[in-house]
Write a protein that binds this ligand. Structure first.
Ligand code: ZN
Length: 91
């Protein structure tokens, strides 16, 4: 009988800060089978995925795009990494 590990939470490593966080708190970015980079809202999209944590610094457009490109080998389309709640730059 397998040991129950009630305290165990699956974690993933953030592509930007390289820290581990609970998977459910992460945003999954997936490189789909057609090669496009998109956010995986369901967590079940096929393809190679990487994760970005909730840290505001990690959700910065340029940093996250660079991290995704490094992790998945392709550049995300503009807007792919725009997170709701992110502060909008006002100039
Ligand atoms: Zn992070």
């Amino acid at each position: 009988m397998p040991k129950r590990r009630p305290d165990h939470v699956p974690t993933r490593t953030c592509a930007v800060c390289r820290q581990s966080h609970p998977k459910r708190e992460m945003t999954r970015i997936v490189r789909a089978t057609d090669g496009s980079i998109r956010r995986d809202e369901t967590g079940r999209e096929p393809g190679r995925g990487t994760y970005i944590c909730q840290d505001q610094a990690c959700r910065d457009g340029e940093r996250s795009a660079a991290a995704v490109k490094r992790a998945l080998g392709a550049e995300p389309a503009p807007g792919t990494l725009e997170f709701e709640g992110a502060p909008h730059a006002t100039t």
